[in-house]
Design a protein. Structure first.
Length: 224
């Protein structure tokens, strides 16, 4: 059964503004009857601001009237709350990876110049202004930008990058080179290992852990 968008706040409003039974309110809001009792007794963890389900178009006054007239009546919602859907927009990149974007952009520009700025923007989640600045080397940090595979950096997936390359090559009339898939499993495993190493290094840096020096004959001549 559909429930109000804010069940506790709705229950608080129904307790204060109607004569519905606790059981009716609990069932309508999808809560336990003891939660309704706590709201009514003001023993809830926080004082709730009531939310009017009539103004929210989740129930009609007629339904409430039926419930108040008959303790056994179970109110029916007009409609459930609208589901939040992700709107089409730029790809989200975690804060920890945003500093890697220019390196990934530079790698694509160098290795796949046929890919358009719009396609790069969709792949990495950046702006065309940034891409153009890296293309013409007017980016404010151009001296510190090092081209790196965006898949290894975790900015996109190999499948998405391959699809963008194929689409750009087709649009440019470039004959795709034959693909050797024999090492795909090894490459994917290497990418996973590299990402794990980068993430562990980032965690160690945040924790202030200094990597141990490699153990070798030259660091300890008495150790065999």
């Amino acid at each position: 059964m559909a429930q109000p968008l804010m069940p506790h706040a709705t229950a608080s409003w129904l307790v204060d503004n109607t004569s519905l039974s606790f059981e009716q309110i609990a069932e309508f809001c999808g809560l336990h009857i003891l939660e309704i009792q706590a709201i009514a007794d003001d023993t809830a963890a926080t004082k709730l601001t009531g939310r009017d389900p009539i103004r929210a178009h989740e129930v009609t006054q007629d339904e409430i009237d039926k419930g108040q007239a008959d303790p056994d009546y179970r109110m029916v919602m007009v409609k459930g709350p609208d589901q939040v859907r992700r709107t089409k927009g730029p790809r989200y990149t975690p804060v920890s990876k945003r500093q890697d974007k220019p390196d990934g952009i530079a790698w694509i520009i160098r290795n796949h110049p046929e890919i358009s700025d719009g396609a790069i923007s969709n792949l990495i989640g950046t702006t065309r202004t940034t891409i153009a600045a890296i293309r013409d080397r007017s980016h404010w940090n151009i001296q510190n930008i090092t081209p790196k595979d965006p898949v290894t950096l975790g900015l996109t997936t190999q499948r998405e990058l391959d699809a963008a390359v194929a689409k750009a090559a087709k649009a440019a009339g470039i004959e795709p080179a034959p693909t050797d898939t024999r090492l795909d499993g090894d490459r994917e495993a290497l990418l996973v290992e590299l990402r794990a190493q980068r993430e562990q290094a980032a965690r160690d840096a945040e924790a202030g852990i200094v990597p141990a020096a490699p153990d070798s004959f030259f660091t300890d001549p008495f150790k065999r």
